[in-house]
Write a protein that binds this ligand. Sequence first.
Ligand code: ASP
Length: 316
Amino acid sequence: MKRRKFIKTTAVSIAAPTILLSNQNIPSNHNNPLVLSTWTHGLPANKAAWKILSKNGSALDAVEAGAKVPEADPKSTSVGYGGLPDEQGKVTLDACIMDHTGNCGSVAFIQNIKHPISVARKIMEVTKHVMLVGEGARQFAVSQGFEETDLLTDESRKAWKKWEKEQFQSTPHDTHDTISILAQDYKGNLAGACTTSGWAYKLHGRVGDSPIIGAGLFVDNEIGCTAATGLGEEVIKTTGSFLVVELMRQGYSPNEACEEALKRIIKKHNRNPDFQVSYIALRKDGEIGSACINGSFEYALANKKGNKLHKIKGLI
Ligand code: ASP
């Protein structure tokens, strides 16, 4: 749907960006359910999410199930088990999850737990808190029955040893691909999840955007949801996912909203940033959007027509 038409149907003007849209004002989505996720590991993640969505399951269950696929896959070297470690050779994980009611849970700098996304969900469901970090998060996970495991594989140990010897520069652009996943269920409800091992060989203790609600992920069931991948520091500085949702609230299409949020980062870096940030966005009416700064980016979209990877080009 074109931006102008969306503004008309939602009766919101750009001059009145603070007016909240109501569900009734948003055209209903006839294409739900659908699931949208980042990078090639989005395909198997979507498949797991679709299994739930197609049986009338909730968007929340779907995004958790989807995120768990790359978390458990040692070949996904940027997420969960097999994720590349920090400078000390420790795998430290960040994740968050958000549902259609605005409830959310988040875990950062957690070690030795394979499914941080499920820990984030537990935090949301059984505690009064939103976020637990580090040792406290691990203790909480163990108290909830999560098993402890060594997340470093032979391959990731080898890669870290090589890095230790050569100390080459790495950025999330060349070593990382967070799985961020957004879904809409048959009822029309939205949910999202993000999970990552973060920037490879980062400083011990570094936390990126992926567990930060509003930065790596944001869900507003009246408007839409957004998630990020790429250089987390830049996403945090611009409260990226929240910004994209707010732009959609103002009438920007999902694509335009992703582009506008990235343009603000590009401008701050003299229009020549040498890093990657990408957003995926899903509006309440089922329209999706995506944009990236540099090179190219791939997102996976699953709906009634199938599960496909789509490639887009960077803005610069
Ligand atoms: N956003 C993640 C982080 O900064 C990395 C990535 O998505 O590539 O930790």
